[in-house]
Design a protein around this ligand. Structure first.
Ligand code: MG
Length: 298
């Protein structure tokens, strides 16, 4: 099931994509049929219903639901534009990428012994077809990073790797836009990755029942149609069960939390000369079984 957030007729809404992929079932209609309380957005939906409701929704969708909305009439937003906390991120989680960014802060130990974590402010995360806006008087070295994003489905702490899948709601695509000059200047990754519009996500969340463990998905990023990054999530240094288990040690993960799992090689700073983003570029991030997240650079 593909869970999508959108603006329709001036109002925020969310729902599930129809199998035809050109229309959406609004969640208020589906929850009404289930006599369930309607919640205001997809984040609250995940926090309240977790994955318990997927089977019930499937049964409703197998019946007759005729209140669909055409995707031509909605503006897709990030699935969770305002996460309840910063987005958790993995740094250097593909070996080939770890080698190409050795010049960045923390670059000496190219392949890490333990997961490298940082977070991004996303206020809001931008959605499919939205613009990444470069503050040109502040930075000129803007880079792209396609990543598989995990959406946590229920609260958990000290989660074992074997139980990790139970705590996942689903997956989406993230683009960890990064200002390399600001990362370098401040000897830290946080600010250069947290500028406004620097976290595109979406187009929707695919629930975990559609992607079985182990998660081995082709992942790539194209700039103006040219493939720059091209890998598979089986190449993660720390895989998804390891990430969820390690991150949740002594730290409670919450339903609706988002984890970006890291990016493969082929980012702009990895080329000689560097290939940074510029106004007019089209960035397409693809993950198998999810789809494509397209954004324009301004
Ligand atoms: Mg990243």
């Amino acid at each position: 099931m593909k869970f999508v957030s959108y603006i329709y007729d001036g109002n925020e809404g969310y729902g599930v994509f129809n199998e035809d992929n050109i229309s959406v079932f609004p969640m208020n209609v589906l929850l009404g049929k289930l006599n369930r309380k309607v919640l205001e957005n997809l984040l609250e939906f995940i926090r309240t219903y977790s994955d318990d409701i997927i089977l019930e929704l499937g049964n409703v969708l197998n019946g007759s639901v005729d209140n669909t909305i055409s995707i031509d009439d909605i503006k897709i937003t990030a699935p969770i534009p305002y996460p309840r906390r910063n987005v958790f991120c993995l740094g250097k989680n593909y070996a080939d990428h770890a080698m190409e960014v050795k010049s960045l802060p923390g670059g000496k130990a190219a392949v890490p012994d333990y997961p490298i974590y940082f977070t991004k402010v996303t206020d809001p995360a931008i959605g499919h077809m939205d613009k990444v806006i470069i503050p040109k008087d502040y930075t000129e070295k803007i880079d792209y990073e396609v990543e598989l994003a995990i959406i946590i489905g229920k609260d958990g702490k000290d989660i074992s790797p074997d139980d990790a899948e139970d705590y996942i709601f689903g997956y989406t695509i993230g683009n960890d836009i990064s200002a390399r000059d600001i990362q370098t200047k401040h000897v830290q990754w946080f600010k250069g990755k947290s500028l406004d519009t620097f976290t595109p996500m979406g187009p929707y969340i695919v629930d975990k029942s559609e992607i079985s463990f182990p998660i081995e998905l082709d992942i790539n990023c194209k700039i103006n149609g040219e493939i720059r990054q091209n890998s598979n999530t089986k190449n993660l240094i720390f895989d998804i069960p390891t990430i969820i288990s390690d991150l949740s040690k002594g730290l409670t993960l919450r339903a609706g939390d988002i984890i970006l799992t890291g990016t493969p090689s082929g980012v702009g700073i990895g080329f000689t000369p560097h290939k940074y983003l510029k106004s007019g570029d089209v960035v397409e991030c693809y993950v198998e079984k999810i789809g494509s997240l397209v954004n324009y650079v301004k």
